[in-house]
Design a protein around this ligand. Structure first.
Ligand code: KIV
Length: 272
């Protein structure tokens, strides 16, 4: 089914709910710096997530745990400077909201105030309910994140598909309903069975954005480095590579190196 797209000058949290109601799928990508965010925004991607995946793809850590609130604010500030249309959502990093609701609110306020972002994202359901409520009561829009939650990787032990068992699937369904009830504007579902994700998306009015959650949800998100093919190593089943930048960039760097070595760069025309 092709859906006539409404033009949105600026994407707001309300636009996303409208899109769900109108059957228009939501596009979301991560970005962590000004130059990339500028391209993503002008390509018409609805939501830019300043994800804590910056810890992996920007800083080279094995997990998302080490990235700090200050570092997230630095990335978010650079992204916000580039934006004309996209909604900018920023991850609250590990350790900035789990200990108590007041700390969660302080972290969310810092992100909103210092970066100019439009919303925050937190991982978890019932166990962080009080923190979510506190942030929402301050008027800060919140996106939830359920399923595979990488900040809990040491609890899970692996990055495999979540909620395959009945008990975990039931918890996920009730967490999604809870997030809707307390006022989150959307929820990310990461690496869960497509059938379950579709059921969740159909059971709530707020948009469900999937990553490795099939096509029965209301939108999709990918990590920008992964979809651009910047790494050769990471190839989960859900990832579609829209470019092979690893090869393209390697070719460019090699040509540059060879041109310098062979005295072909700069040419007469490329000097003053
Ligand atoms: O940090 C991130 O990039 C994310 C996406 C995987 C949804 O949370």
């Amino acid at each position: 089914m092709s859906v006539a797209k409404k033009e949105y000058k600026r994407i707001t949290t309300k636009s996303l709910v409208d899109m769900k109601q109108n059957g228009e799928k939501i596009s979301m990508l991560t970005a962590y710096d000004y130059s990339m965010a500028k391209i993503v925004d002008s390509a018409g991607i609805d939501v830019i997530l300043v994800g804590d995946s910056a810890s992996n793809v920007m800083a080279g850590h094995e997990t998302t745990l080490p990235i700090t609130l200050d570092q997230m604010i630095y990335h978010a500030t650079s992204v916000v400077r580039a934006i004309n249309r996209s909604l900018v959502v920023v991850d609250l990093p590990f350790g900035s909201y789990q200990s108590d609701p007041k700390e969660a609110l302080r972290s969310a306020i810092r992100i909103m105030k210092e970066s100019g972002a439009h919303a925050v994202k937190l991982e978890g359901g019932k166990e962080i309910k009080e923190s979510l409520k506190r942030i929402l009561h301050a008027g800060i829009p919140v996106m939830g994140h359920l399923g595979l939650t990488p900040q809990s990787i040491y609890k899970f032990g692996t990055y495999t598909v979540r909620a395959k068992e009945e008990a975990e699937a039931e918890k996920l369904k009730s967490d999604a309903k809870l997030l809707e009830k307390i006022g989150c504007f959307a929820v990310v579902l990461e690496k869960v069975p497509a059938k379950l994700a579709k059921e969740v998306a159909e059971s709530i009015r707020i948009p469900v954005i999937g990553i490795g959650a099939g096509n029965g949800v209301d939108g999709q998100v990918l990590v920008i480095h992964d979809m651009l093919g910047m790494s050769k190593e990471f190839h989960p089943r859900f990832l579609r590579r829209y470019a092979d930048l690893h090869s393209e960039m390697t070719k460019a760097f090699e040509s540059y190196r060879d041109d310098i070595k062979n005295r072909k760069f700069p040419s007469d025309k490329e000097q003053y």
